[in-house]
Design a protein around this ligand. Sequence first.
Ligand code: AMP
Ligand code: MN
Ligand code: MN
Ligand code: MN
Length: 287
Amino acid sequence: MPAPDSILNADLHCHSVVSDGTLTPEALAERAKTNGVELWALTDHDEIGGQHRALAAAKAQGMRYLTGTEISVTFAGETVHIVGLGFDPDDAAMQQGLRATRGGREQRAMEMSNGLAKVGIKGAFEGALKFVSNPELISRTHFARFLVESGVCRETNEVFRKYLTEGKPGYVPHRWASLRDAVTWITSAKGMAIIAHPARYKFTPNEEYALFTEFKTHGGRGVEVVTGSHTAAEYLKYAETAKEFDLAASRGSDFHSPEESRTDLGSLPFLPGNLTPVWELLADRIQ
Ligand code: AMP
Ligand code: MN
Ligand code: MN
Ligand code: MN
């Protein structure tokens, strides 16, 4: 009997040096293959500059591939991440939209550095830059790595908790893309928009309902259910949400780095069998 579609080692969420990961697309492809991944997507933040490399690396490893990205969106005053899969990486409107979304990161980073200087942490902008490969994509993760390297904190999680989240000295609010724009860029480029790690947002039930409802109105079709950011209880909760909103379900580790990530590529449980996997609806976009 053929295996049901949900029994597929798909890993459709991870980051390379093109955004805030520490491995190259090629090293990620090799690690994914070693870990048994059958269908892979590289989803760098607000950036698709690694897509051609990732596809070539997936092919060299004998893995199937979906193009990917993870777009930063501001919704109800919170940052929400929208994963795009299966889009045309050469789509001009999507490239332009992502370029605009990346804009302002450098300014924000300088303000973050000023905030950290006020509590005695000097040179954080230059320090973070040492960890950046893509000059358009300086992120909080790069600051976290610098603060660990310089001995201010023991690990990146601690840096976020003490310095980089709302109300802390290195936190600078930022306005990202709108939900409508992000979903439209992806779907107009023949891809599928997916709500990333929904359990991570600090929404009230009403706000979360509004997110899912508006997301669907704009053409969004999927939600991450099994992700490195969710607990087992949250897999079940968002499996129910997927059914309630008639959304396809995705699976991805959100792997960033062998040193920092708890969840390795390809290591998550399979999707619950009663959901429609996103790769079923994206069959003709798989390369
Ligand atoms: P940015 O896009 O600059 O706001 O950075 C967001 C990134 O920071 C996320 O994609 C994660 O990789 C990382 N991040 C956010 N919160 C945490 C946390 N609590 N611990 C470790 N990394 C985090
Ligand atoms: Mn990240
Ligand atoms: Mn994310
Ligand atoms: Mn991510």
